[in-house]
Design a protein around this ligand. Structure first.
Ligand code: PLP
Length: 417
């Protein structure tokens, strides 16, 4: 055996979280030092979403994508009314997935003409609400059609419909199964001609197609390929449609870097690809607007989750920073929201973010379960009780996607700063 020291393999790093600057050693969120922001919020844990970053992201997308492409915000990523209100002013439309979300979007001032409503298992009452509101309904089942026709007749209003297609392909590299399999979403391409004919017979107002092939993708070429295939499929299906296509929603799937080794998505090739599709659509579907719908890409990087350290323990050499919130507010960062292998979100000690004094430590929440883990043996600034642990990339699928009542700890608050 050799006595030469064994150097640990350098682990891949998280992408730099440069969207939040560091001043006087502290993280700046919404233009304010984190410790002061915590004072002004008045409690931990909290989520903070930075307005200027939301605006910058929308501007970046407008810059990179053709101006003819409509940008929609899928509000399930972050349904905080203040966020939805801000987003409504930045995008061309809001995508909702329930009547509850529809209410929030309407309250926020979103234009009903530019709202679309997708989701399996829409209840009759939700379909009625959507017709009354005048929003576009993405039909996901033949069962919805007669309900919509009856609502339309009773109210004397058009039932605006697009058809959500369950394509025979999937977005590669999304962590989703490839090849067109059975799904609870959308309608299989095989039965679409018949469904489109039924839409015509029932005199529903057909407006287009909706395809959503996957989520959280960081590979531009996969996204371009899915957009091309979606376009081709919609073009074929348009031959069977009872009216010209007005909206062709090509889905989204744009990802953000969460885990070590992941790099931000390159928008340039996607912009070029869409430019080509915009050109084709002008010839082949002249009344159609192309729509891209994004949730996490709009809001994910603009948010942080902030939790205060209430205890510092050492167990058999490993440092545990026990915080006042965890899985109950941020299920995704704990690794329990669809991750197959748990990996750390980028994190720091926000009031000491600039500190050179670092150590490997785990940040855990207060719940009586080992699943309540925010950072597993990460290199972090040395922290004491009272310091503020921060989880980055927390603007999407955070509070609303977490089991707040589990174990009865206080709820977190959310601020738009
Ligand atoms: C969830 C969802 C989105 C948003 O997905 P992100 O990964 O957050 O961009 C878009 N469209 C549909 C139909 C969805 O269900």
């Amino acid at each position: 055996m050799s006595d030469a020291p064994v150097f640990p393999k350098r682990a891949p790093a998280h992408a730099a979280m440069t969207q939040f600057p560091i001043r006087d050693g502290e993280l700046i969120v919404g233009g304010q030092k984190l410790s002061l922001l915590a004072e002004r919020v008045g409690q931990t844990p909290f989520y903070a979403y930075d307005r200027s970053l939301l605006r910058a992201r929308a501007a970046q997308l407008r810059d990179a994508l053709p101006k003819q492409v409509k940008l929609h915000y899928a509000m399930k990523a972050n349904p905080l009314p203040a966020v939805v209100g801000l987003m409504a002013g930045l995008v061309d439309g809001i995508d909702v997935a329930s009547a509850g979300e529809l209410q929030v979007a309407l309250n926020a001032g979103a234009d009903p003409a530019e709202i679309s409503f997708a989701g399996p298992g829409k209840r009759d009452i939700e379909l009625n609400q959507a017709v009354a509101a005048g929003v576009l309904i993405n039909v996901e089942s033949p069962r919805e059609l007669p309900v919509l026709a009856a609502a339309s007749q009773r109210m004397g209003l058009p039932a605006r419909v697009a058809v959500r297609v369950n394509p025979d392909f999937e977005l590669k590299g999304s962590g989703m199964k490839m090849g067109g399999g059975p799904k609870q979403f959308g309608i299989d391409t095989e039965v679409l001609p018949e469904l489109l004919a039924e839409i015509g017979r029932l005199s529903l107002a057909f407006e287009g197609f909706h395809l959503f092939a996957g989520s959280q993708n960081l590979r531009a070429e996969s996204i371009c390929e899915a957009q091309q295939k979606s376009y081709e499929l919609a073009l074929r299906l348009a031959q069977h449609a009872p009216a010209p296509v007005k909206f062709l929603n090509l889905g989204g799937g744009f990802g953000i870097p969460y885990f070590p080794g992941e790099q931000p998505l390159d928008l340039a090739p996607i912009g070029e690809n869409l430019q080509q599709l915009v050109g084709r659509a002008a010839q082949e579907m002249p009344q159609a607007s192309l729509v891209i719908e994004l949730g996490r890409y709009f809001v994910g990087e603009a948010g942080v989750y902030v939790t205060r350290i209430v205890d510092r323990k050492v167990s058999r050499g490993q440092v545990y920073l026990v915080a006042d919130g965890g899985l109950n507010h941020h299920l995704a960062a704990s690794g329990n929201f669809g991750q197959v292998v748990r990996k750390n979100y980028p994190a720091t000690i926000g009031n000491k973010a600039g500190s050179a004094e670092r150590e490997p430590a785990s940040v855990v929440g207060p719940l009586c379960t080992p699943l309540d883990l925010l950072a597993d043996r990460m290199e972090l600034p040395v922290a004491e009780v009272g310091d503020l642990a921060v989880v980055f990339q927390s603007g999407a699928y955070g509070r609303s996607a977490s089991p707040q009542d589990f174990l009865g700890h206080p709820h977190c608050v959310e601020v738009l700063v």
